[in-house]
Design a protein around this ligand. Sequence first.
Ligand code: NCD
Length: 342
Amino acid sequence: MNNLLGRHLLSVDKLSRDDLQYLLTIARLLSPVAKKQIGCNVLEGAVLANLFFEASTRTRISFHTAFARLGGKVVDTVGVDSSSLAKGESLADMARVVAGYADAIVMRHPEKGSVADFAKNIFVPVINAGDGTGEHPSQALLDFYTITTEFEALGKKIDGCTITLLGDLKHGRTIHSLVKLMAMFKQITFNCVAPCDLAMPCELVDYLESKNHRVCQFDNVADGFLNADIIYATRIQKERIAGIIPDGYDEQFRLNRTNFLRFAPKDAIILHPLPRDSRPEAFDLASDLDDLPQLSIFRQADNGLTMRMAIFAVILGVEKDLDKYFFSKKGFVPKRLGVYDR
Ligand code: NCD
């Protein structure tokens, strides 16, 4: 049942297990559209406003592409300087104006809580595409969709699994949203691998423990990878800490081929919301893992398109008769997207 019709998606907090299940079901239906196997024009005539006031590549483009691949049109604005925010317009005024033009609004903004403030006084659905260190609900949904599809292939279940979270757990909004989604399941072990300065916020640890999950803190990957079903690596959010990598964040926090093969279970999957910071001093996920099948990061990015289509379909209430709007496509589609794809 669709409980999300016409609603904002600002946080994962208001989602139920049923909502999550419903979105996963619709995502599966839309997967052939995302894979360019068939077309769909269910959103013909609809307009999305894609408002990005903070850096983005995949989130902005995948929201745009998701709407376009369902037949809708997209208008956008990128950066504060090119919008009326630079003229002192309030978020509330901008929200009311854009609500008059668009059927749905996606927004990213550097301040925690700003997207909720923007959405407060309007009835056109707003999707939070990242509000500072706050939340990133669509990323958590696509991460979760990836975990379920990868687990299905491995014959694993979410209940009782172990997820290792590595990197900037303090500022990483994708982690903040994902752990709350995972917490809807039973007896999850969260292995947190980060130096003290980047540790998971206490309120989130308390929340997970209050739901009877286990949270373990580590300062090295050797211990943190033990029994992991999922290793979710993240980038240091330098833009939130004046560009300075905290003391104590070094090679021992980098996931690379050597320590993965040595310390992680063979069937652990590797996720990362991307972008990965390829500068050596960032100690982010190493590229020597790229040919390993366990590395799921590009399948995860591909799933962003699928899940964002599902979010639009459900929030705009067009998900019921999707097959009536499917059509066969002409033209070239590559068999594989990249050299390491199977
Ligand atoms: C993440 C974000 O913006 O929070 N990226 C994304 O949306 N896929 C993670 C990051 O920037 O490190």
